[in-house]
Design a protein around this ligand. Structure first.
Ligand SMILES: [Zn+2]
Length: 244
């Protein structure tokens, strides 16, 4: 109790420079509790306005391991993204592909085994990115439509509509009317991953929840679905790293 009172009224100034990471402390009237998030390698502490600095320091120290782990994951991911950019590597259906260019008046994009051929007379990054992302979206629309039809028939589950969208933080969704939405970025992932998302969303039509029965249902069509779900957790950032 005494300790609590001391903490509450302590005016001890803390030198936050002891933490060797980018730290932001947000004190707001709205917050009732203290929370820590690590976003883009930066640490953000949100806390009630009356929180004393020593308390923040204590919590940061107690979470040190978790914070460092998350900063490391971010740094490693940034390294991979930068390596890919430096080496001109793009992802298409899980394959690492490079771009080849041809000077041509009529613009087109074509996939040739292990590279993507871009024909254009405007080689600026913005134009190449635009051509490539439009082409990928088109490939995604065609491929997702085909795979959804395949699984809808196989699983005997009817959907009402398909929407291909650009999500930042989700891979797919399914509403109560059976409308399925899939993130076009999945065209960059291995086909097995896209299949998993399709099966997942289709399974939501008979099971609009994440119950045990729902997962059992997925398992019938994708026995190793956990592997795909893990792939998305670990590598999903790659699909978001290109074409903002
Ligand atoms: Zn779900």
């Amino acid at each position: 109790m005494l300790k609590k009172i001391f903490e509450k009224f302590s005016t001890e100034k803390v030198d936050f420079k002891i933490f060797d990471y980018d730290l932001t402390i947000k004190k707001t009237k709205k917050k009732k509790t203290i929370s820590i998030i690590v976003r883009n390698g930066r640490v953000i502490v949100s806390c009630p306005i009356w929180t004393v600095e020593s308390k923040i320091k204590k919590i940061l120290l107690s979470k040190e391991k978790w914070i460092k782990k998350n900063i490391n994951i971010y740094t490693q991911r940034e390294d991979i993204i930068n390596d890919n950019k430096r080496n001109g590597i793009y992802l298409f259906k899980g394959e690492k592909v490079k771009l080849k260019y041809e000077n041509f008046l009529i613009e087109s994009v074509n996939y040739k085994d292990n590279y993507i051929l871009i024909r254009t007379s405007n080689f600026s990054n913005t134009n190449v990115d635009k051509l490539l992302s439009e082409w990928l979206r088109l490939q995604a629309t065609r491929y997702i439509r085909k795979r959804l039809k395949f699984y809808s028939d196989l699983m005997h589950i009817k959907f009402s509509n398909l929407l291909i969208k650009s999500y930042r933080s989700r891979w797919g969704s399914c509403d109560t009317k059976g409308k399925i939405t899939i993130n076009w970025r999945l065209i960059m992932a291995p086909p097995s991953i896209l299949d998993y998302v399709i099966i997942h969303e289709l399974s939501h039509i008979p099971h609009p929840n994440h119950s045990k029965t729902f997962w059992m249902h997925i398992k019938k069509y994708k026995p190793y679905y956990q592997r795909d779900a893990n792939w998305l957790k670990e590598n999903g950032f790659l699909l978001n790293s290109q074409f903002v």
